[in-house]
Design a protein around this ligand. Sequence first.
Ligand SMILES: Cc1ncc(COP(=O)(O)O)c(C=O)c1O
Length: 292
Amino acid sequence: MLVFAGAEEAIFCLSSVLLGPGDHAVVTWPGYQSLYEVGRAAGAEVTLHELREADGWSLDVERLIAAIRPETRLVVVNAPHNPTGMLPTPAEWARLGDACADRGIHLLADEVYRYLELDDAEPLTAGADLFERGISMGVMSKSFALAGLRIGWLATRDRDLLDRCARMKDYTTICSSTPSEILAIIGLRARDRVLARSRRIVADNLDVLDDLFRRRADRFAWVRPRGGSIGFPRLLGDEPIDAFAGRLVEAEGVLLLPGSQFGHPGNHFRIGFGRENLPAAVERLEAFLDRG
Ligand SMILES: Cc1ncc(COP(=O)(O)O)c(C=O)c1O
């Protein structure tokens, strides 16, 4: 394991050491920007594996495997997924792990939302446990709700890869903040309590969102997330989501993030439900809708 200043530094170091000109990566999309942009900045070609609402945002493992090329060095899958809540089945996950193992490709499992699987879904086999070149990435900022610590990690059996990441880290942060590491250890030791709290918040909020989108089915299309604390609903009707979100934030101080902000076509928006004040935000959204 190697500890980083958040998952962000882990993504930066890993993508920088694994990818360069002539290399290729396949990355789930829409998604967290640096998962595909750091590789591009390093000179690699990146194929975005698009998740589609029509498929219930599910991972199309065979389509993803078909995108792998001889020069592919890395496959990146974020699950539970930001922003759709996608979570592969254990069989899909094993199939992808086998395909990467057969080809000698690294698989980065972005597991920052691990332990927020919904509806009693089990966490997937961790990336590091899948095969030799599987990599798990975790962080204290999501399921563990300790964003300010800026502590994340990579775990893999590929020691050479970790050595190369450590050499890269010599040019970024060198080492983590010790007070943050100590607070992270306290958080990890209280893991059961911390995770139970996060899971309760997410489950309660998801009930609120399910209810909202059921009652407002004329205004929104909603695919229920399978994990994580983010969903990706679509605004129905003629109004572009940017205009709707602009009116809403001006009137009610409630911010929705339109998919257009990260280049996603369609009228989707990203909605986070990891905070305890979500019901208050939903109330304001409904008041806004009622005013027309
Ligand atoms: C999927 C995903 N991966 C990685 C990160 C980076 O986490 P951090 O900002 O805690 O380093 C985020 C943050 O939003 C994320 O959503």
